[in-house]
Design a protein around this ligand. Structure first.
Ligand code: GLU
Length: 324
């Protein structure tokens, strides 16, 4: 079934949404630059959101460092950054809405429960493949009363059970078992059946932390983001996010996923395969390197980052037109 994607009407609002797990590296600078260029080329606003909900992974001070690195390269947001750590009540309200609509449920499965259930149903997990949730708790926690009872009574007060978007027999036109189709401005026509690839997914974790999927959708909606420009490693989350946007009645943004910078092992550049903190003492060099990954010419002659950015915006604008 074709699920058409309507688009936020009106003005362009873009964002860069780093997780403050360390300073920016060459790969994250590409996403930052692309989102900035795209916003400026379409006379839009550019916002920065610090995605600091996964607190154990956050590094104190990394947010300030990221803002300094961006500023050194002339990438200045149009408003003070939004911190996800301060937005719990909004995530809770969204989760309450989904639960009230019968679109999310508590789940008491551990990772090994899921692995065992998959193996028992003849669908063992392939290496590097995401664990597809088989829907064990979708119809209530019955069947495992002892474990479920223990989980709920022992953990509920401090740690909520994770809530997941169900297969949604209650609302088959929302998330359900259907192929979602959308257009990515760089990758072209995309499609995914969330139920078949990842299954119901976590919205709030057992340790009480909010899941990325829920927080990102709530905040993109609250900030009126019209265009999501981010690294291609995140492209696989898009269908889940479109499902949540639809379930929460939020407008659907446009998507553009940018090329990745690869590490020494051919995988996406990360701290594990050699990403080092970006040295922004020569900002034009940093911009030119990120620009090259985005297909901008290497030899823009510029005296200042602002100079370089002005030329890059003009080139970007010519290359990327958006239908409005
Ligand atoms: N916080 C995510 C990251 O740093 C990006 C989220 C997004 O752009 O949707 O990988």
């Amino acid at each position: 079934m074709q699920t058409s994607v309507s688009v936020v009407p009106g003005r362009y609002i873009g964002r860069f949404a780093p997780s403050p797990t360390g300073p920016l590296h060459a790969g994250s600078m590409v996403a930052a630059l692309a989102s900035w260029l795209d916003a400026r080329a379409h006379a839009g606003r550019w916002l920065v959101r610090i995605e600091d909900i996964d607190t154990p992974r956050c590094v104190p001070g990394a947010d300030a460092l990221i803002m300094q690195q961006l500023a050194a390269c002339g990438l200045l947001p149009d408003a003070a950054p939004l911190y996800q750590s301060q937005r719990s009540s909004f995530y809770q309200a969204a989760l309450d809405t989904l639960v009230a609509a019968g679109l999310a449920y508590p789940c008491a499965c551990s990772r090994s429960d899921i692995e065992q259930a998959l193996a028992a149903s003849g669908q063992p997990r392939m290496r590097h493949q995401e664990l597809r949730y088989p829907g064990t708790c979708r119809h209530g926690l019955q069947g495992r009363p002892t474990r479920a009872w223990r989980f709920l009574t022992e953990n509920c007060k401090q740690k909520r059970p994770p809530a997941l978007i169900p297969h949604a027999q209650a609302a088959p036109d929302l998330v359900a078992d259907q192929m979602l189709h959308w257009n990515d401005r760089r990758l072209g026509q995309q499609q995914q059946n969330v139920n078949q690839t990842v299954g119901d997914f976590v919205l709030e974790r057992a340790d009480g932390l909010w899941a990325y999927q829920l927080a990102v959708v709530v905040d993109d909606g609250a900030q009126g983001i019209s265009d999501i420009v981010r690294g291609e490693d995140l492209a696989d989350n898009t269908a889940r996010q479109i499902g949540l946007q639809r379930a929460l009645g939020l407008p659907l943004p446009r998507y553009l996923h940018t090329p990745l910078v690869l590490g020494s092992d051919g995988e996406k550049l990360s701290k594990q395969n050699g990403a080092t903190a970006l040295d922004t003492s020569q900002p034009i060099h940093v911009l030119a390197q990120a620009g090259q990954v985005l297909g901008l010419p290497a030899g823009l002659s510029a005296q200042t980052p602002a100079d370089w950015l002005q030329q890059a915006v003009a080139l970007w604008g010519r290359a990327t037109k958006i239908d409005r």
